[in-house]
Design a protein around this ligand. Structure first.
Ligand SMILES: Cc1cc2nc3c(=O)[nH]c(=O)nc-3n(C[C@H](O)[C@H](O)[C@H](O)COP(=O)(O)O)c2cc1C
Length: 190
């Protein structure tokens, strides 16, 4: 089985709903197992992410999809604490050649969410991962998915905590896409 991990942080639950939709999408691809992991406040002590079991579990997967709300134009502090705790994996090149992608959400239509996606991509690239973009053409999808038109990853928008059905459909597709890319390019034999 190919393993696709989804690691995310969420405060009020909208990123979590996206993570669930991404997971359903990835799970719908045959031969793929999904591992969903949530970064929680208790994982962070004196500013440092200390959940080494979670980090260890991410060694044995073929793809990782990162999710964070956009807070002040970038990932949340909790997500960044997790990212900073992966330094040992970076030194071992433990994630090198794994497939990566990412998603974010903000309460503004153009609330600098792209910066969050770009950070996630740079984080993945620091680890030598292979970034899978969102290959849905903005404005040209018959189902109107990727309604906000970002193709580096999924950008979603929610006002008042309600998820847009189209964003959830796009998230589902992102999961499928990463699973399919992992099937095609993952280094490990299936
Ligand atoms: C501290 C803070 C900063 C935020 N900064 C942004 C922002 O820069 N751009 C934006 O569009 N939304 C911003 N928001 C709104 C959140 O991204 C939005 O409510 C999101 O859905 C929260 O995700 P969650 O439900 O997974 O916690 C901010 C919210 C908070 C609490």
């Amino acid at each position: 089985m190919l393993k696709v991990a989804i690691i995310f942080h969420s405060v009020s639950g909208t990123t979590k709903k996206l993570a669930e939709a991404v997971g359903h999408g990835a799970m719908s691809i045959s031969g793929v197992e999904v591992i969903k992991m949530e970064i929680v406040g208790a994982d962070i002590v004196e500013g440092r992410f200390i959940n080494s079991i979670l980090i260890e579990r991410l060694k044995d997967v073929d793809a990782i999809i990162f999710g964070s709300p956009t807070f002040m134009g970038c990932v949340s502090a909790q997500f960044k604490a997790f990212a900073d705790a992966t330094g040992d994996l970076w030194a071992e090149k433990a994630w090198s050649n794994k497939i990566a992608s990412g998603f974010t959400i903000g309460s503004n239509l153009s609330g600098d969410q792209l910066n969050t996606i770009q950070y996630l991509q740079i984080f993945a690239n620091q680890h030598g991962m292979l970034w899978a973009s969102l290959d849905i053409l903005g404005n040209y999808d018959p189902k109107n998915r990727n309604r906000l038109g970002a193709q580096s990853g999924l950008i979603a928008h929610s006002k008042g905590g309600e998820l847009n059905e189209i964003d959830l459909n796009t998230a589902n597709y992102l999961g499928q896409r990463v699973a399919n890319v992992a099937k095609r390019f993952a280094v490990k034999e299936i």
